[in-house]
Design a protein around this ligand. Structure first.
Ligand code: NAD
Length: 260
């Protein structure tokens, strides 16, 4: 994967997805940026990556809760760049509620975006990767792909599911020079997580540092957030030639959370 390739990263206008898009562009790969919002700001993200890293980029709108749009994203990326060599399934949402009260529409949305979207993008990308003689698939799972937490039934189910999908795809494509692996981040300080801190401060009557230490990083032995750059570096490794024999497994980047 040393030469310039085309990478599609779902949900890549913010947080972990954006960092992965930037890191793959820094490696010289062309990048497809995706979200479902289709704003001028989304387009600006793709333009900025192109300018900064002197690669080609495209913003492609696709709602990852919709199977046809997941598949169309891959088709449009191939139409634009001629191939899809790297696929990073990153788009994800969260909802927290006891299982007996868990809203049905939230369950359906989380399973659709966090799990089924990867099935659809992978299915659409495989023929292109086979034709190109290889490829890399990286699924952004979570520590919650390995262990559970209460009140996150849909998220934990979807993330455990994507671990199974990762292994199955890896076995099916092992002879095609296509690898499929997962990254399992712990708590990452993305804009989404940052936005929760003021509410937690109010609810728990704690200052910012105490909320981070005792509420957010309770399970993370290092007591530090994982950074988006650390997740992006793991993705770059899994997409490299050095990782050609890393297949059907996961890389935990969780400060030791799942060692316990
Ligand atoms: P984020 O909210 O910053 O990013 C999520 C991205 O998904 C956004 O770009 C958003 O636009 C996109 N997205 C959401 N719904 C979409 C849809 N229907 N169609 C297309 N795109 C959609 O959050 P993040 O923390 O960067 O999360 C990225 C991934 O990392 C998710 O899969 C999440 O589960 C996983 N993860 C995050 C953490 C963490 O602590 N932040 C930990 C473990 C795993």
């Amino acid at each position: 994967m040393a030469t310039r390739k085309t990478a599609v990263i779902t949900g890549s206008t913010s947080g972990i997805g954006l960092a992965i898009a930037q890191a793959l562009a820094a490696e010289g790969h062309n990048v497809v940026v995706n979200s479902f919002s289709d704003t001028a700001a989304d387009q600006a993200v793709a333009d900025a990556i192109a300018r900064q890293h002197k690669v080609k980029t495209a913003y492609i709108k696709a709602d990852m809760s919709k199977p046809a749009e997941c598949r169309a994203l891959i088709a449009k990326a191939a139409e634009t760049f001629g191939s899809v060599d790297i696929l990073v399934n990153n788009a994800g949402i969260q909802h927290v509620a006891p299982v007996e009260d868990f809203p049905i529409e939230k369950w359906d949305a989380i399973i659709a975006i966090n799990l089924s979207s990867a099935f659809h993008t992978i299915a659409a990308a495989i023929p292109l990767m086979k034709k190109a003689g290889g490829g890399r698939i990286v699924n952004i799972a979570s520590a919650h792909g390995l262990v559970a937490s209460p009140f996150k039934s849909a998220y934990v189910s979807a993330k455990h599911g994507i671990m199974g999908l990762t292994k199955t795809v890896a076995l099916e494509l092992a002879r095609e020079k296509i690898t499929c692996n997962a990254i399992c981040p712990g708590y990452v300080l993305t804009p989404l997580v940052e936005a929760q801190i003021p509410d937690q401060m109010k609810a728990n009557k704690m200052d910012r540092e105490t909320v981070i230490r005792e509420v957010m990083l309770d399970k993370q032995p290092t007591k530090e957030f994982v950074t988006v750059e650390q997740i992006a570096a793991a993705a770059v490794f899994l997409c490299s030639d050095a990782a050609a024999q890393v297949n059907g497994t996961h890389l935990s980047v969780d400060g030791g959370w799942t060692a316990a």
